[in-house]
Write a protein that binds this ligand. Structure first.
Ligand SMILES: Cc1ncc(C[n+]2csc(CCOP(=O)(O)OP(=O)(O)O)c2C)c(N)n1
Ligand SMILES: [Mg+2]
Length: 574
């Protein structure tokens, strides 16, 4: 006592030492909730937010276009079951990110688009601010929820609400508007820290009702030709072991939707993918697990289907009956629903009738034999099949690799030829069949899983996000991109009947996409044969270097719109 050192602080800096600003509160609120990665693009008013987040140990991945950052955030949400964070500047940056926000909502991926915005007073009086736009109003119709924070003391609540909205119930895209003024606002540090919320149980389990479980089990038990359809909701749930047990214990043939491929290995004997057009109309009871009866399943009606009964597992109570009658809706999260069903399936559960299983097996055998024959051909020039035969082998030998896929023919052929072996490896164009997800998905897949990434891209599809190869090189990510180069959209053979311009569907002939990768220090390969493609992919996986293989595909090989030609209104018969 009596030897206390004199305090050196001055009256001026004392309040600063005890205050905290909006930047810091945003960073602290995200970190407090385990959100440690930002996918974004800097500029006014969020440049310092990106700098300070990085300085505080967050991973800040800067893209060349916000759309790619947004897609990266959306798929990070799918892969991790926590909201992917995308950060954009006001008006134009926000709009560039908005596409991905809508994509996240439509695909049920948890994502938060955080955007800086201009001064409210000026925006609301339309006085012409820098990048003036009423972003909240514009985001609302495509977001699951949209919030704005005006006061630093509300940042904690704003981020907590955004997290809950993104991941609870049916996940989706959430918009969080942070006006420029908020970032520099300071409040008392202790009060600020106190205002932050660590969200408890952000995605609560939703347990299905016992009578609904019984109804579903009764219907399933009485089926003569049962079928299970696994959607990407089942993949999202991360209830992989229970889903597999349910399929195997019941012995029911199953169809995986595109992003559910690998939930059970595609080579599983109960997998009915190779007999899809047979099982859909023939089945008498179909159990949908995290799959919606949207256009991808022909809305559950028409000639694809056979007027059967449906059991539908979905977290949204509004999903059932959206297209056709659902006889046994089971509302809850996929994990809880599947485990409730399993509890009612004992050793005495009857396997499906042998005739049904034999009929499915027979159809599969025929189609697999046809495909094997096609894949064995080695035409010159290389076509989709001979190239994908190589990709199929590479994926079989590297089942841990993440697999990104977009295009039309480059998508449809790949989906049916390349088997997946593990859950949540295949990520693709999703519910909208959207082009442009490719490179953003590659970055997020590499960053969140640390695995090798293989991307099979149509040459048109690749173009939507091609500049992000620089991002891939900058972060030195183990991404091997294969551009299926058939000189255009669907094929490269169209001509302008007037002879003036190139046709709208064709690109520069013989383009060398591999040179784009070389420009940023990655490895470029031009592959004109399956052997060259194989060597290029093997080397990419061995080296883990950013690699782009320009796979030269016969420009006559594709079909209009790939597998969904029927959806394309055609002016006249070709
Ligand atoms: C954002 C967006 N714009 C346009 C389309 C329409 N579209 C569907 S597939 C496709 C490209 C198909 O060409 P490519 O990727 O080269 O695949 P290919 O069939 O030639 O293998 C386009 C432009 C879309 N699905 N999404
Ligand atoms: Mg093409």
């Amino acid at each position: 006592m009596g030897t206390v050192e004199p305090q050196v602080s001055t009256a001026q800096d004392a309040p600063q030492a005890q205050s905290i600003d909006g930047f810091q509160l945003v960073i602290d609120a995200l970190k407090l909730n385990g959100l440690d990665t930002i996918y974004g693009l800097p500029g006014i008013p969020i440049t310092d937010l990106t700098r300070r987040a990085q300085a505080e140990g967050m991973r800040v991945l800067a893209f060349r276009h916000e759309q790619s950052a947004g897609y990266a955030a959306s798929i990070a949400g799918f892969l991790t079951k926590t909201p992917g964070i995308c950060l954009t500047v006001s008006a134009p940056g926000f709009l560039n990110g908005l596409n991905a926000l809508a994509h996240a909502t439509v695909n049920c991926f948890p994502m938060i688009l955080i955007s800086g915005s201009s001064e409210r007073e000026i925006v609301d009086l339309q006085q012409g601010d820098y990048e003036e736009m009423d972003q909240l109003a514009i985001a609302r119709p495509v977001a699951k929820a949209a919030f704005r924070v005006l006061h630093a003391e509300d940042i904690g609540v704003g981020i907590a609400r955004a997290i809950r909205a993104a991941v609870s119930g049916r996940p989706g895209g959430v918009y969080l508007d942070l006006p420029a003024k908020l970032f520099a606002q300071t409040i008392d540090a202790a009060a600020g820290r106190q205002s932050l919320i660590k969200v408890v149980d952000p995605a609560p389990k939703q347990i299905p009702a016992t009578d609904a479980v019984k109804r579903a089990l009764d219907l399933l038990k009485g089926a003569k030709k049962p079928l299970i359809i696994l959607g990407k909701g089942a993949a999202y749930a991360q209830a992989d072991a229970d889903v597999r047990t349910l399929v195997e214990k019941t012995g029911i043939p199953y169809l995986p939707m595109s992003m559910a491929k690998g939930l059970l290995p595609d080579t599983h004997e109960q997998c009915a993918s190779a007999a899809r057009s047979f099982v859909l109309p023939a089945a008498d009871v179909v159990m949908l697990i995290g799959a919606r009866l949207n256009w991808l399943l022909s809305h559950g009606k028409g000639k694809t289907w056979g007027g059967q009964k449906f059991i539908q597992i979905d977290i949204s109570p509004q999903e059932a009956d959206s297209n056709v009658r659902v006889d046994a809706p089971l509302v809850g999260d996929v994990g809880s629903c599947v485990s409730a069903l399993l509890a009612g399936i004992n050793a005495g559960w009857p396997k499906p009738p042998a005739e049904w299983l034999a009929a499915v097996a027979e159809k599969k055998k025929g189609n697999v034999a046809k495909m094997t024959e096609t894949l064995a051909k080695n035409p010159t020039p290389m076509n989709f099949h001979s190239a994908l035969n190589v990709v199929r082998d590479i994926v079989r030998d590297n089942p841990d690799a993440m697999f990104v896929n977009e295009g039309a023919n480059a998508l449809d052929f790949t989906r049916s030829i390349v088997d997946m072996y593990q859950p949540r490896k295949r990520i693709d164009v999703g519910t909208w069949g959207i082009m442009g997800v490719g490179m953003g998905y590659c970055v997020a897949a590499a960053v969140t899983t640390k695995q090798q990434v293989i991307a099979i891209e149509g040459d048109s599809a690749f173009g939507f996000s091609g500049m992000e190869v620089e991002t891939i090189c900058r972060y030195d990510l183990p991404v091997c991109i294969v551009v299926m180069n058939n000189n255009g959209v669907y094929k490269g053979t169209d001509v302008d009947p007037t002879g003036r311009d190139p046709a709208p569907t064709v690109f520069v002939k013989g383009a060398r996409y591999d040179k784009l990768m070389e420009a940023f220090g990655g490895v470029g390969v031009n592959a004109t044969t399956p052997a060259e493609l194989r060597k290029g992919m093997q080397e990419a996986i061995r080296s883990r270097k950013p690699t782009l293989i320009n796979a030269v595909i016969d420009e006559t090989a594709g079909t209009e719109s790939g597998r969904i030609t029927s959806l394309n209104p055609s002016a006249k018969k070709k």
